[in-house]
Every structure is written in C-alpha cells, then in structure tokens.
Design a protein around this ligand. Structure first.
Ligand SMILES: [Zn+2]
Length: 256
C-alpha cells in the first residue's frame, strides 16, 4: 500500500510540526483510491501541549474534529479514512505507550480505519494504518496494524502538473550568453508561428530572427535566411541597411 500526501497537506503538516518546540497534533482526512491511500487534509484542533504530551480531551479537540468532518461531508464517503498526526519535535518518531493506547482506544469511538503519523523537526517520521473491524471469511480478526508505511509526496497534483505542461509547451533552453548583456527593451523574442517547430535558437540567432521579422520576414523565412546566408551576414546586411525583402533574398522560396 502506498500513502500519498498532496502537496498542500504536506506543506501544512511540516509547517505546523516545525512551528513549535513542543508536541503538537491534529487530525486530517485521507481516502482510499484503489490500493493507495491519499492524504489530502491536515488541520489543528484545540489542544494543550507540553514537550512530552498533547492533550485533546481536556479541550474537546476530538469532538471538534468530528464536528468539522460532519460539516465537510467526508463521513458519508465510504473511502474516507481518518488521519491522526502529532509531533515529537526533537525526539525520535516512535509510538509511545500513550500513542498506542490512544490508537487502540479509537476503535471504541466507531472509527474503523485510522492512519497515524508521528513526525519530527528533522523530517523523520513513522506512519501506520490501523483497521479495527477486520473480517476475513466471516472470521473477525479485530484490530490489525500496518506499520512502517512510507509517505510519498504527490507531486502530480493538478497545479504542479499544469505548470509542468505549460513549461514543456513553451520553454526551451538555449546554450546562449547571458541575457543581462542585452540593453533592456531593445529587442523582443520572436514567437514561433508553428507549434511543430522544434528548433532551438541561440541568442545571436534569436536577435537576427527578431530583426528579420521587423523587416517583414515571417518566422519561417527568417530561419531560412539564417540557414542560407548565416547569422553574421544577416547582421551585417541589417547594420548596413542593405537587407532586401524576403522574396528577393530567398530566391528559391515562395511565401510560407
Ligand atoms: Zn507520541
């Protein structure tokens, strides 16, 4: 079983754990998806904390979590899994006797599946899934723990995937000199006119293409001019004001 955590929940989890030098804890939501568990929500509830303990009972923290889950409508989802998390700050991420007792006690609350997480400032953690009502072949196995689970960052959240697609579609790396040597505002990059144009231009070529397009060349005509007479000749012609129109310069070419 993989446990994936979405990037927003992951950032919230570690920010909360690292914000204080005491224990701190809270609840979260996960859902079963095929053979995976997806942990997608992390939140705090009222609590009292010390370096060695976090107490939700005196503050009604657990009740607050259930009230929130009802409001969020997650309890009606058959794939829903509660997440209980807390911090061991600068200690190790082990399950203390208190932690074990709290997890076992959850079976009496009607919770059937519980993902538990204990994390530390340095990024160490332990993760386990407890299932309290296991039945197999009509035999009740009661409480089963899956220990030592690994938490996988879900970089494939929609926002990250969208940015990656946009970068792939638009951005190509050139082997060019630094852009900082270019006087600001003098030149602009020509936009390729065909999506299937895979050519990657060096900076000097980009400037030449840009200049040619200022002189009524299309992008494709500019590229052909570079191929036929070279960047230096193009630069030279432009500098001397001797650049001809595209049809005259590209003898073999018709219009694109
Ligand atoms: Zn603990």
């Amino acid at each position: 079983m993989n446990v994936l955590i979405d990037s927003n929940a992951e950032r919230r989890l570690w920010a909360m754990i690292r914000a204080v030098d005491t224990e701190i804890g809270g609840w979260g939501y996960a859902r079963l998806s095929g053979r995976d568990l997806i942990w997608h929500e992390v939140f705090l509830v009222p609590q009292e904390v010390s370096p060695s303990e976090v107490d939700f009972e005196a503050t009604g923290g657990d009740v607050a979590a259930v009230e929130r889950a009802i409001k969020d409508g997650v309890l009606d989802d058959p794939t829903f899994v509660w997440v209980s998390w807390h911090s061991h700050h600068t200690m190790d991420p082990f399950w203390s006797k208190t932690d074990e007792a709290r997890i076992a006690g959850m079976s009496k609350t009607g919770i059937t599946r519980l993902l538990s997480f204990v994390g530390c400032h340095d990024g160490d953690y332990s993760l386990r899934l407890d299932v309290f009502d296991v039945q197999a072949y009509d035999i009740s196995l009661g409480h089963v723990s899956l220990n030592g689970l690994e938490l996988i960052s879900d970089a494939d959240d929609e926002f990250t995937a969208m940015i990656s697609r946009e970068i792939t579609a638009n951005v190509k790396e050139t082997k060019a000199r630094s852009w900082s040597t270019t006087p600001a505002g003098q030149r602009s990059l020509p936009a390729p006119q065909h999506d299937d144009d895979e050519r990657t231009l060096g900076v000097s070529e980009v400037f030449a293409v840009s200049d040619l397009m200022d002189h009524d060349f299309t992008y494709d005509q500019a590229i052909r001019a570079l191929d036929e007479i070279g960047v230096e000749v193009v630069d030279d012609l432009i500098e001397r004001g001797e650049l001809l129109d595209p049809d005259t310069m590209l003898l073999q070419g018709g219009r694109d």
